[in-house]
Ligand binder design. Structure first.
Ligand SMILES: *Cc1c(COP(=O)(O)O)cnc(C)c1O
Length: 404
């Protein structure tokens, strides 16, 4: 502490030349990231999230958000949030089990269960915590978890925290998965997968996974962070898209992406939900989400279900990209979802392309290892119902200009 205080001059500025040994170590680590082109920093939005964003006073068309339906700044949802604050205040003030649980949370859970066709649903403060809560509550050392290699980081962390034995199969390799399931003598077997893969935009083969569950007495945790609101009848999600319903599937959807607000939910039968209330540590040992957000989410759900035009428009934009595939630099992955990855290979090419697009007033984030496998650095183009046809035309023209 003394060393640090001594470095602050009378003007309050920190003397950068006098670093503690610990700081030097951290600097070396950061420099290694810089050298590898993997240093990350945050852009700072001036105002609202949406298809148009302002950064440091300049306006951009953004293909970066997961606000796939354009609801993050919807006036009706903002009004609902305001009404929720007026009625319930700002903070929940306590955890769900210790008097922080309210009517608004429960109304939202009922609406989510009804929408997804499950008996019950449980509202978590975010998807990361929901995944950790579910896997740790369902699996212990005596159990086995089977995971796709391209699963989201939160599922990987959840699997490690549960201490269950884990088996990772190559992306979508059901032959390998079946081999693992057949060989496993675990008490409980839980297959865990993204429904829509977050960096590839492709879908897990849910009907086949459900069959494997039946055949091997396994369960499936389906993380539908990118499918809920976007796929299926009225946006009910990936299960609805495939027309699959199974007692062996535990469904997880997030509410900060297409739903435009914050949080996540798990839908399942009553016993599983009650088990989560009793055992999911990330549900129990955290402050309940502000009830006003649940009020906002009820409005968001109503809009998601009613406004099919948002999904129809999104489908049109997706088709525009697919039609332009041969003219684009790099490889546009064959995705039918709002996530349209353009694989460019090296970190340098991806970063350079991202910068060139920014000069055109377009924001498309480069996704680099370790978020994606080595040598598959890419632009992750996120389409939204809030984009106009002209926005996508502008993006395509800029990309075509960069094609070799
Ligand atoms: C974003 C995401 C999560 C985490 O959800 P949050 O609510 O943002 O914490 C979980 N799984 C997948 C596949 C995601 O893309």
């Amino acid at each position: 502490m003394h060393a640090v205080t001594a470095q602050i001059s009378s003007s309050g500025a920190i003397d950068a030349s006098a670093r503690t040994p610990f700081e030097c170590l951290l600097e070396a680590e950061l420099n290694a990231l810089r050298t590898a082109g993997l240093y990350r920093s945050r852009a700072r939005l001036d105002g609202q999230q949406g298809a148009r964003v302002a950064i440091d006073g300049r306006e951009f068309v953004s293909f970066a958000s997961n606000d796939y339906l354009g609801l993050a700044a919807d006036e009706r949802i903002i009004a609902a949030a305001r009404a929720g604050v007026d009625r319930f205040g700002v903070g929940a003030g306590a955890s769900h089990l210790l008097y922080g649980h309210g009517r608004a949370h429960e109304e939202l859970e009922e609406a989510l269960a009804y929408f997804t066709g499950y008996p019950r649903a449980l509202y978590f403060s975010c998807g990361y915590l929901a995944n950790i809560g579910v896997i740790s509550a369902l699996c212990t050392r005596a159990d086995a978890v089977f995971v796709d290699k391209l699963n989201h980081a939160s599922l990987n962390d959840a699997m490690l925290l549960s201490r269950a034995r884990f088996h990772r199969y190559a992306h979508l390799d059901l032959g390998r998965l079946e081999h693992f399931l057949r060989a496993s003598r675990a008490r409980r077997k839980l297959i865990v997968t993204d429904a829509v893969f977050s960096m590839d935009g492709d879908l897990a083969p849910v009907p086949e996974l459900a069959q494997l569950c039946d055949r091997y007495g396994a369960f499936l945790l389906l993380d539908d962070a990118h499918g809920f609101g976007v796929l299926g009848t009225h946006g009910a999600g990936t299960l609805s898209h495939f027309g699959v319903a199974s007692e062996r599937i535990v469904y997880m959807g997030t509410l900060g992406k297409a739903a435009g607000v914050c949080g996540a939910f798990v839908a399942a039968d009553a016993a599983l939900i009650e088990l989560l209330v009793n055992r999911a540590r990330t549900y129990i040992y955290t402050t309940a989400t502000p009830p006003a957000l649940a009020v906002a989410l009820l409005e968001s759900l109503a809009i998601i279900r009613r406004e099919d035009w948002r999904r129809a428009h999104l489908a049109r934009l997706i088709a525009m990209l697919a039609a332009a595939r041969p003219t684009l630099p790099g490889a546009l992955l064959p995705s039918h979802t709002a996530i349209q990855p353009l694989v460019l290979g090296s970190v340098q090419t991806a970063t350079r392309t991202m910068r060139a697009l920014a000069e055109h007033g377009l924001i498309v984030p480069a996704v680099r290892p370790p978020t994606v496998p080595p040598a598959t650095a890419r632009l992750r183009i996120s389409l939204s119902a809030a984009h106009g046809i002209a926005d996508v035309e502008r993006l395509l023209a800029a990309l075509q200009q960069l094609a070799p």
